[in-house]
Design a protein around this ligand. Structure first.
Ligand code: ATP
Length: 235
């Protein structure tokens, strides 16, 4: 397994947000985490990226323990995290935003070819290359945030609610982009409110309920699970 989360607990001011979570992410495909608001999905992602400190357990990435490392070391090891809510730099251009994703790299010519590659995948960003990020639509900003993450040449991509606030057409476009990233060999950990979409895209799924894994299994099996259908698919 590329990533292993073992019995992880996270507390915010003594209140447990994760109460002993175990997860594994292989080196290909999509693993999704679904769950209600406040279940601990974002906290799980933040624990992986070193943005919150775990109070118990361990997180191992590519054979190395990472749960005590600062976030920038974790990025350098190859984990890129696109947080909820499209955090782009509003006063930088599209191209400048993308270049910030490569800030830990020094391979100049590879950076240039990766930039062109991102523009190929996201033609909307290419057309808006010199525009301020603040002038992009919500969906375009979300694509920019993902493009920027790809500029770090990640070994694993973490996406927190990529479909949030997008129109149905943009949601389909986002799904295409995520599939394309995985096909090119970058595994994805996906958190989604849109459980239908998440279970369609993913190979394996975890259901998180109040800080614990309530269910896990192949995504197509969870899609047919009675509890999942009632609680998360509105069936
Ligand atoms: P959502 O779908 O609403 O984003 P989530 O499943 O991602 O929910 P988390 O954001 O991980 O849930 O939150 C898990 C729990 O931890 C919630 O009870 C939340 O209120 C609490 N929590 C999250 N961040 C903090 C914080 N910085 N300080 C205190 N409590 C927090």
């Amino acid at each position: 397994m590329l990533l292993e989360i073992k019995n992880v607990q996270v507390h915010y001011h003594k209140v447990a947000a994760l109460k002993g979570v175990d997860m594994a992410v292989p080196d290909n495909g999509i693993v999704t985490i679904i769950g209600a608001n406040g279940a601990g999905k974002s906290t799980t992602l933040r624990a992986i990226s070193g943005l919150v400190r775990i109070s118990h357990g361990e997180i191992v990435f590519a054979g190395q323990r990472i749960d005590r490392l600062p976030p920038e070391k974790i990025v350098a090891l190859g984990i890129a995290h696109v947080p909820e809510g499209r955090r782009v730099f509003p006063d930088l251009s599209v191209e400048e935003n993308l270049r910030t994703g490569a800030f830990l790299r020094s391979d100049r010519s590879a950076i240039e070819s990766d930039l062109e590659d991102v523009f190929k995948r996201f033609p909307r960003l290419k057309e808006r290359r010199v525009q301020w990020a603040r002038s992009l639509s919500g969906g375009e900003q979300q694509m920019l945030a993902i493009g920027r993450a790809l500029m770090s040449r990640p070994k694993m991509l973490i996406l927190d609610e990529p479909s949030m606030g997008l129109s149905p057409v943009m949601v389909q476009e986002m799904a295409r982009i995520i599939r394309d990233i995985v096909e090119r060999g970058v595994p994805v950990v996906l958190v989604e409110q849109n459980a239908e979409l998440a279970l369609k895209l993913a190979r394996f799924a975890y259901v998180l309920e109040t800080g614990k894994i309530a269910l896990q299994g192949p995504a197509h099996e969870l899609h047919d699970n009675e509890h999942v259908r009632r609680a998360y698919l509105g069936a």
